[in-house]
Design a protein around this ligand. Structure first.
Ligand code: AIF
Ligand code: ZN
Length: 363
């Protein structure tokens, strides 16, 4: 096995816990001695042992003089657990391979410096690109303190999200809809607009055969029009936040407020200002936000350029109709040259559907 293979295993461990370590990054670690894996681990939940701790515990005394492969620079500050860089020194590791350094100013380079000072060889970079892709969410959150936003939409081959009568079930296949539930599991919060609630009465829960984490449900409802008998209000098993404007009815708020697991987040502006909302959600520790539409909500995120990733599921169907809706409403760009630049990062078939992943190009 090569160093790349051991780092690949550490990256697979990190990816396996992606979505469950918020607001911490998903990290994987592997300990190797004389070509034998003697320890491996992943950070499983914020506030619990880091990946290096699990891997070094499993290695026991054999850790002395071994190599450690870790996907993110070992921490060097006292967070909820003692610093891993100190543990690495204490265990007498010979060489540490790190896929990528940590952008967190508290940590950047300090862990590496501590280990090098103790005479440990440190090499940064193998698996680096893959690690950066895995950590783009965490790095975004650390640097902006706002959630990493993914907009997801499902369209027919002619770009419609419903027929001209509003009929939309279902556009994409069972497999594609299952894939969407994996994305829900990986996100801290899911957001829709009141029109989607009124039209679809969605559950917005994660329904995977092996179970999955339910994201916090967020509904943008400027005037608090939401009926009390819709799923997201009546089903109190999932934390739900309804965001309204400053002039929304106080009586309606009082009615809704006393339901458990339901919070009203009243903005101090008449309409909902997306960048302000994202700051508030970031302060609540939400690292990732999954926007499932509808068209008006997507349009507001587009206008503010307040998203990082776009996922489009395209079904092999045609519905036509000059008034059939598309995935982004609002006024839209006047000229093609003002189109928002994206970069396609992945295209794959999910059953009969095509899943396109794109990121918003910076700057
Ligand atoms: N119409 C479709 C979608 N529709 C997406 C939203 O409009 C739905 O209200 C929401 O996914 C329903 O959530 P649920 O109640 O938790 O299942 N999304 C998709 O991927 N494919 C579709 O064909
Ligand atoms: Zn650590």
């Amino acid at each position: 096995m090569l160093a790349e293979d051991y780092m690949d295993l550490a990256l697979r461990l990190a990816k396996s816990v992606d979505g469950q370590t918020s607001p911490n990054p998903p990290v994987g670690a592997v300990v190797v001695k004389d070509g034998r894996i003697i320890g491996m681990g992943a950070h499983l939940k914020a506030g619990t042992a880091h990946a290096e701790v699990h891997a070094l515990e499993m290695a026991g005394d054999e850790a002395m003089g071994s190599d450690l492969y870790v996907t993110l620079e070992p921490c060097s500050h006292f967070g909820k657990t003692p610093p891993c860089a100190d543990l690495v020194v204490e265990k007498g590791i010979k060489k540490v391979w790190i896929a990528t350094t940590d952008p967190n100013p508290l940590v950047a380079g300090k862990g590496i410096e501590k280990m090098r000072k103790a005479g440990i060889e440190v090499e940064v970079g193998i698996g680096g690109q893959e690690a950066k892709n895995l950590y783009n969410v965490f790095f975004h959150y650390i640097q902006t303190k706002t959630p990493y936003v993914t907009i997801k939409t499902a369209i027919t081959a002619d770009g419609k999200t419903a027929t001209f009568t509003g009929s939309s079930k279902w556009i994409t296949s069972e497999q594609a809809r299952l894939d969407v539930h994996k994305l829900r599991h990986q996100n801290d919060a899911i957001l829709v607009g009141i029109n989607t609630i009124l039209k679809d009465n969605p559950l917005l829960t994660t329904r995977l055969p092996q179970g999955g984490k339910n994201p916090i449900r967020i509904v943008l409802d400027t005037h608090l029009r939401i009926p009390e008998d819709v799923h997201v209000v009546a089903d109190s098993s999932v934390k739900t936040i309804i965001v309204c404007g400053k002039n929304a009815s106080n009586e309606k708020e009082a009615l809704l407020q006393n339901r458990n697991n339901l919070t009203i987040m009243r903005q101090n502006t008449e309409t909902i200002h997306i960048p302000t909302l994202l700051e508030e959600l970031g302060q609540l520790g939400m690292m990732t936000l999954f926007v499932e539409g509808g068209a008006e909500v997507n349009a507001s995120f587009l206008k503010e350029q307040a998203f990082q990733k776009l996922i489009v599921y395209t079904a092999p169907k045609l519905v036509g109709g000059k008034t059939s809706p598309g995935p982004f409403g609002g006024e839209g760009m006047e000229l093609m040259e003002s189109a928002l630049p994206l970069q396609f990062t992945n295209v794959e078939m999910i059953g009969p559907d095509i899943k396109i992943t794109a990121i918003l190009k910076k700057g």
